[in-house]
Design a protein around this ligand. Structure first.
Ligand code: PEP
Ligand code: MG
Length: 322
């Protein structure tokens, strides 16, 4: 059985009606690139660069980052490498010099990058210099306003110009994408999808912030429910708006690995998933069981339901019938 699953994993995934679905990997370290293609992955959809912080506190230098990203990009090429800028702060890395009373609502991700130019610029420079094969894309964490995107685009423009004059060869600007993981970004999805090349939906934080449920607090664990109608409706809105605005869209939150959620996401129009490599074989098999037409009917039905229990029931019935 294992050998069989392996062979399936390396084949591209198609729905029962023949539409191609792509699977990429979420990774934390470059060592995970080994075996990436054997897992059926088509590249890295999320590289969480905050793991490069030494001992969780020391900012890696530009040259350390350059070497790291360069090695990854060259190993992967022509497959894509989506480098998410440091998502430090919050519950992840204690970068803040003060003890924040509510770190998840505090100095985190893009907010730190905008406030500390040394961190932002050394990371952007390292990425731009490492992108000699053109397969690196930049993803921005914790976006909650358009101004944050504009700020990073301006920095990129400036640094690209500097690198071009330093090296004498034109520095090409990579694709830029926004994480959709804060409810404000969902409200602004029309403008955000017009301002970036791609978006990636972070359902872990989106669930936490939409439902006001700490993703790491065991006391309220039962309330952390990605099938809550509020999340289901946000996902549909985000995916359909991205498609209308011809903005590439993928999911990188844990929901992308959930076989129960999969037909709903397909029915909303999602075609790209970034998940842990080990889940790809299983997900590719699941994809092949559905036609898009039936997933679209399923999504429409889920969007009409008013509770997580009813939505889960509907998804379970759908699976059981196939
Ligand atoms: C998410 O929030 O869903 C996500 C993918 O990012 P992280 O889990 O790294 O916060
Ligand atoms: Mg997140």
């Amino acid at each position: 059985y294992e050998a069989d699953a392996f062979r399936t994993a390396e084949q591209p995934a198609y729905t029962k009606c023949g539409v191609r679905i792509s699977f990429y990997s979420n990774i934390d370290f470059k060592e995970e690139l080994e075996g990436l293609q054997a897992s059926g992955s088509e590249g890295v959809g999320l590289f969480r660069t905050e793991n490069l912080f030494i001992d969780g506190t020391k900012v890696p230098s530009e040259s350390e980052q350059y070497n790291y990203y360069r090695e990854m990009a060259e190993t992967l090429k022509p497959l894509p490498l989506v480098v998410r800028l440091f998502d430090i702060g919050g519950d992840k890395l204690l970068y803040s010099p003060v003890r924040e009373p509510n770190p998840n609502l505090g100095w985190r991700g893009i907010r730190i990058l905008i406030d500390v130019p040394e961190i932002l610029e050394s990371q952007l420079r390292a990425v731009l210099r490492a992108n000699t094969s053109g397969n690196i894309h930049i993803l921005l964490p914790m976006i909650s306003s358009l101004e944050e995107i504009v700020f990073i685009k301006n920095s990129l423009e400036k640094l690209c110009g500097e690198i071009t004059s330093e090296t004498g060869t034109t520095c090409e600007k990579p694709f830029i994408g926004a994480m959709i993981e804060v409810p404000a970004a969902v409200e602004m999805i029309e403008e955000i999808t017009s301002a970036v090349d791609f978006i990636s939906i972070g359902t872990n934080d989106l669930t936490q912030y939409t439902l006001a449920v700490d993703r790491n607090n065991v006391i309220v664990q039962d309330l952390f429910d990605k099938f809550h109608p509020a999340i289901i409706r946000q996902l549909h809105r985000v995916i359909s708006t991205a498609q209308k605005n011809r903005c590439m869209v993928s999911i990188c939150g844990d929901m992308g690995s959930d076989g129960l959620a999969l037909p709903f996401l397909l029915g909303c129009g999602l075609r790209k998933f970034s998940v842990v490599s080990g889940d790809i074989a299983k997900l590719k098999k699941t994809v092949s069981r559905f036609t898009l037409e039936e997933t679209e009917a399923l999504a429409a039905e889920c969007l009409r339901l008013g509770s997580a229990a009813k939505i889960k029931g509907c998804l379970e019935n759908f699976q059981a019938a196939r």
